[in-house]
Design a protein around this ligand. Structure first.
Ligand SMILES: [Zn+2]
Length: 200
């Protein structure tokens, strides 16, 4: 086969869950059926890397140093909710039951995949939580083995800050991920959150 085509197929394989067969199929599709879409995709990827950085406040991707959500004066600056992924933020926003701030870890601790505290920039999280405006920190990592381990690590990390720490309620079944939880259950998990450090 062509070297260029090989390279395209190989690049597509970097997407999660895409093996050699689907990558080949997608490459032919882009070239043969949708060259316009393919160009648009290529440009969007390049643009994203050029124009997007991380919000200094919530760690989400943003075109500006601080993202729109963090700049919104209507958000409650006293509560910070720690989540794993930007998709979790969308889920929480859909519940319309949380108006506080977020911090996005961009992953979870997972020793098996070689993801440790340094890879998740836990230092950045600590600095964000030191903000004097923040009074309560809700740990909303997933109820999976890795999510729970991450929650335990964060609890240890933040316990000397003297702020109220809570974990979203286990209304969600164990092993469940926020991304696949319905709005009602998620809203309940926030409102029934459990305080971790007793003195608050
Ligand atoms: Zn932000």
């Amino acid at each position: 086969m062509s070297k260029v085509l090989d390279e395209l197929i190989d690049s597509i394989k970097c997407l999660p869950g895409v093996g050699p067969k689907s990558a080949t199929r997608m490459a032919y599709y882009l070239l043969q059926r949708d060259p316009k879409g393919a160009r648009r995709l290529a440009n969007s990827i390049l643009n994203s890397f050029e124009l997007l950085g991380k919000c200094t406040s919530c760690n989400n991707f943003s075109e500006t140093p601080t993202c729109n959500l963090c700049l919104d004066p209507k958000r409650n600056k006293k509560i910070l909710c720690i989540i794993e992924m930007p998709t979790d933020l969308l889920m929480f926003e859909q519940t319309h039951s949380f108006d506080g701030m977020y911090y996005i870890l961009m992953g979870r601790l997972s020793p098996l995949d070689g993801i440790g505290p340094k890879d998740l920039n836990m230092g950045g999280l600590y600095d964000r939580c030191k903000d004097e405006q923040i009074q309560e920190i809700i740990i909303a990592t997933n109820f999976t083995k890795e999510g729970d381990a991450t929650a335990t690590y964060i609890t240890e990390l933040l316990k000397d800050l003297g702020k109220k720490l809570s974990r979203i309620a286990r209304g969600m079944p164990s092993g469940s991920e926020i991304e696949y939880t319905d709005s009602g259950t998620l809203a309940q998990a926030i409102s029934e959150r459990k305080t971790i450090n007793q003195k608050f």
